[in-house]
Write a new protein. Structure first.
Length: 468
């Protein structure tokens, strides 16, 4: 049905978490909105080539490792192996379910969903190009850009070669490599290093920085380095590629420091660019930066007052979790012209699904030391918890950083199985108002036993015992 005669209250571009968050909030407020999506299914990069597939892959690999290491279940001489295609089939099932569910949200809330690629052709008008080449124009009073990002692909590497992948194309990998070079040791690179190593693939992880995930607490970053190393991942820091040569049977990467490495394939996971090039943003007076990202204020409003932007297209923190809330709060700003929720962008937890998993919220030790905050540390090691012993998830720890005098919780850092779930207990207490956000909560409350949550009580007692 053509929509050219309708003036929508708002048009959202993109159906990832950012677009969905904005669209649902606007629709529930009774706005007449349209959502544009260029891919054949809703859900965005998050559902189809980012968060969901990588987490589903990781889950299968974790269970495989658990099975192989269990004397109780695996009594064979040899370890059980899975191919990339095997674990992708589980991931595809999850993607299908997620797509169906997310699609139902649009139907249920009577959102006009239009498939095609959106381009501004006027201050309030978009041209939508459908896959069959036909076009339509639609108009709206306000806009939300939620177009996400894509892997950065430098022009001197041949990404059309079947042995060279980025984090999108790796999902359609057809062969089973015995070795892989992963270039870029950020969140995506380290997560895929864990996945491939878990499948028994030899992994060379090339880091362009001097340490892994330097935004993490140093102890956690060191723990990740140790565990990847201990599992056989070869990590090289401070490296950058000089050339990548793709051959019929291998890929050869040469670094600027003169090293040469060969593997069955290469995963290039170094940097992402905002999806803005097709939007023709100059038409609304906007100029994306060199990374294709759009600048916004605390209300997620761009320099064009009727255009808002959320999610990966605005850069940091580039997380699905944050994108969804940004979308909701941008919608609230659009509806009520309010900046009430500007604190949202702070204190976002980090969840990194390496094996072992990592999660943290708040300050790191190095930040507190730099700021001369008198803090103390409380630690619990998973190996001492009954629940971890039962589940045989002994690797890991929980660390609570708190103010020596006020006992206020300043940061929580967790390493190990279920870290990304465990962190939310501490986050909830940390965000309590007034004096209720102290470490003392954890010693004055009763935890179910045996649980991993009990780590909070153990860490709190450990930390308070250090205060004199
Ligand atoms: C391998 C990987 C693992 C990740 N793991 C995690 C994780 O564990 N946790 C986490 O929180 N985050 C994770 N992320 C990040 C997360 O996926 C992104 O932060 C999130 O998807 C961003 O949401 P978004 O709504 O901004 O964009 P997206 O989810 O990318 O959606 C953007 C949508 O816009 C559409 N679009 C683009 N341009 C146009 C146009 N011109 N017209 C119409 N439609 C358009 C695209 O087709 C797409 O569907 C991961 C990312 C990757 C790549």
């Amino acid at each position: 049905m053509p929509h050219s005669n309708t003036m929508f209250d708002a048009i959202v571009i993109g159906t990832g978490p950012g677009g969905e968050g904005a669209a649902m909030q606007l629709a529930k407020a009774g706005q007449n909105i349209a959502v544009i999506e260029r891919y054949e299914h809703v859900g965005g990069g998050c559902t189809h080539w980012g968060t969901i597939p990588s987490k589903a892959l990781r889950h299968s690999i974790s269970r495989l490792i658990e099975y192989n290491e269990s004397i109780l279940f695996n009594q064979e001489d040899a370890s059980r192996q899975l191919t990339f295609a095997d674990i992708m089939s589980h991931a595809s099932g999850v993607i299908r379910k997620q797509t169906k569910l997310r699609g139902s949200f649009y139907n249920r809330n009577r959102v006009t969903l239009i498939h095609g690629e959106a381009t501004f052709i006027g201050q309030n008008t978009l041209s939508i190009k459908r896959e069959d080449g036909t076009q339509e124009t639609i108009s709206g009073k306000q806009f939300v850009l939620a177009t996400g990002s894509r892997p950065y692909t430098p022009p001197d590497i041949d990404f059309t070669h079947p042995r060279i992948y980025n984090s999108d194309t790796i999902l359609s990998m057809q062969h089973d490599p015995q070795s892989i070079i992963i270039y870029g040791a950020g969140v995506i690179g380290t997560e895929y290093a864990s996945i491939f190593r878990g499948m028994g693939v030899k992994v060379d992880l090339l880091n362009t920085q001097s340490r892994l995930l330097s935004f993490l607490d140093d102890e956690i970053s060191d723990s990740l380095s140790y565990h990847l190393w201990n599992n056989g991942v070869v990590i090289k820091h401070n490296e950058s590629y000089a050339s990548v040569e793709a051959k019929d049977d291998c890929v050869i990467l040469t670094t600027h420091s003169g090293k040469k490495m060969r593997a069955d394939c290469l995963l290039f996971a170094n940097g992402r660019s905002g999806n803005t090039e097709m939007l023709n943003l100059p038409e609304v007076g906007l100029e994306p930066d060199s990374r294709g990202q759009v600048r916004v204020n605390e209300r997620y409003q761009t320099a064009a007052k009727h255009v808002f932007a959320v999610g990966d297209v605005i850069g940091y923190p580039s997380l699905a979790s944050a994108a969804y809330n940004q979308g909701r709060f941008a919608a609230e700003s659009m509806l009520a012209d309010t900046d009430e929720h500007k604190s949202l962008v702070q204190d976002i937890p980090t969840g990194i699904y390496t094996i072992p998993e990592i999660s943290s919220v708040g300050k790191t030790e190095q930040e507190l030391t730099r700021d001369k905050v008198p803090y103390e540390v409380g630690r619990a090691q998973f190996k001492h918890l009954a629940r971890a012993q039962i589940a045989n998830t002994l690797v890991g720890s929980l660390k609570i950083l708190f103010h020596r005098e006020t006992k206020e919780i300043l940061g929580i850092h967790c390493f190990g199985e279920r870290a990304s779930e465990i962190i939310h207990i501490g986050q909830a207490i940390m965000q309590q108002p007034g004096e209720q956000n102290t470490i003392e909560y954890f010693v004055n409350t009763t935890f179910n036993y045996p649980t991993m949550a009990e780590a909070y009580r153990v860490a709190a007692l450990n930390g308070l015992n250090r205060v004199f």
